[in-house]
Design a protein around this ligand. Sequence first.
Ligand code: SAH
Length: 351
Amino acid sequence: MIGILQDFSKAELENLIAEMGEKKFRAAQLFEGLTQGKKVSEITSLSKSFKERLLEGYEDAPITIEQEYHSKDGTKKYLFRLADGHLIEGVLMKYKYGYTQCVSTQVGCRMGCKFCASTLGGLIRNLSAGEILAQITLVNALHKEEKSGDSKGARAVTNVVLMGSGEPLDNYDNVVKFLRLITAEEGFGMSARNISLSTCGIVPKMYALAEENLPVNLTVSLHATTDEERVRTMPIAKAYKIADVLKACENYFAKTGRRYYFEYTLIDGENCDEEHAKRLIDLLKGKPCHVNLIRLNEVKERSLSAATDKKAYRFLGMLEKGGLSATLRRQIGVDIGGACGQLRADYLQEK
Ligand code: SAH
């Protein structure tokens, strides 16, 4: 596979351009074009001969849009094709303040969570930092007419969540590099505070992330209140106990000052009865955290069922009464391909 220019920071591009014997300002023009989501061949400030030389060693674009789906509620889903032909997916959600984009960090996933479609075919490969970044620069460019009034005035995508396919902390180095690239002042310049990283709870990497000086919002997929119950839907629970996950969260708060979040998907008969609410309250009460309840998006390859709305609100009520900060996520984009990995799985099956 040939290289990906979006993997380079501005300083790294300057070195590359110097090695090619080109003037330094070419690196700035190239970096600016890539940050704007352009293909190399579309950057008009660069000479044709220079672009030809670049394209001998690097992809014109690391990803392209294969399919786009629009929901009645304004949510958009994208199926992207990578340069080597693999598919990944992403979601764009419209809020009052701007767009939040959900990005993938791996092709497939090896964590094996029972409710999740991303993991159906296992892990195929990690995404590079530039392949994660390019999902955002590409979609941002498509919406730049709708940019919000942020300080630079150039971004339509104001928030990013690492909640697409893949386990971000299983692709740690590339994900951290991506976080440095997207928060770089000379680049896209997004604040770490506007980025949420969701993990199934890979404890040693949670400690490592706390040391990176990248104060993103840390979100942990909990989905159960005892280790015995958690292991039924999440194999990672064999490796790390809930108590150790919670200690890693507390460390993250101590190091970054950022409160942390839990994702809790409501699965009927599994994790959303009164006993579970009581245990969740015991686990989390008084901690600087927030619980996001999610209705299960039923995956046809799996046998788990969603809790009814009535049960979901009852569970939320019990948590709130118990003193937890919690919300039930409103369901969006349900008419366009459901949960993590479902779009890609369906598309691959059709082909
Ligand atoms: N691997 C990371 C991030 C990706 S998933 C993690 O585990 O956190 C983002 C969230 O969606 C996770 O909380 C995941 O457990 C949840 N999720 C996955 N499939 C789902 C489904 N079918 N219905 C509801 N939530 C789901």
